[in-house]
Ligand binder design. Sequence first.
Ligand code: 6LJ
Length: 158
Amino acid sequence: MAASGSKSVLFVCLGNICRSPIAEAVFRKIATDAGVVDKWRIDSAATSTYEIGSPPDHRGLDCMKKHGVPMSHVARQVTSDDFMKFDFILCMDQSNLKDLNDKGNSVKNHKAKVELLGKYDPQKKLIIRDPYYGSDEDFETVFEQCQRCCKAFLESNS
Ligand code: 6LJ
């Protein structure tokens, strides 16, 4: 979790060990390089309980190391509080979106705008696929999609 600020974003995927910690780390790096990281609260979480307490997948860690992007996270599940605290909850696929909307519907004082991160992709790849049963190349694709989307998302909120 980064320093708190006036804007906030929570990245979400199924297990919070592959896609969402990559998106979180990429967004933090882009915001740091742009000199605006202190204006943001940045975090990530899972729709499921599968990997609560786990570090990011080693294939994702390797990929991020290769690109010089620091990543350190412990997986946690999305809470009702998240829908009240965060301005944006950005997720990866339609299944995440359904799970989040189901969970968010019962939250009073719901503030978060729940969207697909891929909505921000200038190359229009809407879905960021689960690389859990995939290859190193699939993690690279996740990284590239997160890079394009997070850059565009930050620009749309500056
Ligand atoms: C309940 C039954 C599922 C996945 C993942 C998949 C599977 C994951 C995972 C992403 C991040 C007890 C837990 C599915 C972390 C773990 C293995 C199964 C977990 C699934 C379907 C298609 C593609 C990928 N499920 N863990 N157990 N993604």
